[in-house]
Design a protein around this ligand. Sequence first.
Ligand code: SAJ
Length: 415
Amino acid sequence: MKICVIGLGYIGLPTAAMFSSYGCQVVGVDVKPEVVEVLNRGDIHIEEPGLAELMMSAVGNGNFKAALRPESADVYIVAVPTPNNDDQYMSCDLSYVLAACRSIIPYLKDGTTVIVESTIAPRSMDDYIKPLFEGEGFIIGQDIYLAHCPERVLPGQILKELIYNNRIVGGVTERCTEAAAKVYSLFVKGEIIKTEAKTAEMSKCMENTYRDVNIALANELSRICYDLDINVLDVIQMANKHPRVNIHSPGPGVGGHCLAVDPYFIYEKSPENANIIKMARETNDSMPQFVVQLIRNMFVNMNNQLIAVFGVTYKGDVDDMRESPALKVIELLKAEGYRLAIYDPHVEHNDFVEIDEAVQGADLILVLTDHSEFKTLDHKILAQKMRTPILLDTKNIVKQQERSGLKVINYGNAS
Ligand code: SAJ
């Protein structure tokens, strides 16, 4: 089977690598010449455990090559970004998906399967993508097969989850569903769930919306408990002892290209009904202000404070800063006049410094990301270097170390 994967980012590249490792001929297409060049050298441009090894062997044995343009294939997989439009609904920007679909039209032959993996707003396949191919004279479900098969992998565990997660396959017609299901059956060991395209679209958007709303509830509870001087972390821990309660973790906000984006794809389609969804987004987006408010309250009688910011990625143990709430916190703190020294063990950046330099003379360590490294810090050494030895942990991952001299504060004991 020959597969052409359009978009070699966090989803497209691992998917291409996976198909290559199962013996398919894979052409990976990306618009960025530097990405194509890096991949053809056998290197990779993103951080993901196990991917480098997989790609090296795929390029080595000739199963994978990267290119700037698509070529003839049995299956096309579209895995390009779908950001929010800059409109009042923050609607789904389908332009990259539609451009990718247009780019493969000259190569389509009878029996080709076209799969959109990018997260798209409900009804996008029926209302935009299907008409695009029909406009070129193709009968969907007869000449070519068209399906939406959303990815649901977790960055950091993508290769394992590609194989073992359940996979939703939503065809534009039943024959489309069958054709797409056959493609994934090559390596998916989880259940392949067959449905319609619009159901697949909505369930993918709703999975991330469920998490966003749940986190918003935890974040709202944090603010309420701060007001009432109640330890929110104890409350969540206790409530979650109930067999059917699972409140997520509060934090400095919600980032990444999924949870902070996809809820708007539902909102845009039915804004008058999507009240909770919209409010959850606003609640999570307001958390950087809450973090700054906590800091302001801590430093009432001081000035010219130096804050050592620990972690800028949108979540722990990844190098991805997209939509990271840490960036918003940094922006707000700078605007308030705080001096900042930023450290992230997973990101190389000219403006960031190493840990020793970050904490030297600092008045606060501000943990904004749950990197594993932050759980095993030697607090005594940190405290000796700081001017005021306090650590504010917005992710609740740092434990107080006895007699270290460093005071650890989190959402539970910040009041
Ligand atoms: N977060 C919290 N509290 C929590 C959990 C997460 O504040 O209790 C924050 C994180 O710090 C981060 C954001 O939410 O800023 C999102 O993190 P995440 O790990 O929940 O999700 P993503 O964006 O890395 O990946 C999600 C995954 N969805 C689920 O875990 C249900 C993944 O499976 C999806 O494939 C991916 O979105 C996607 O592409 O949609």
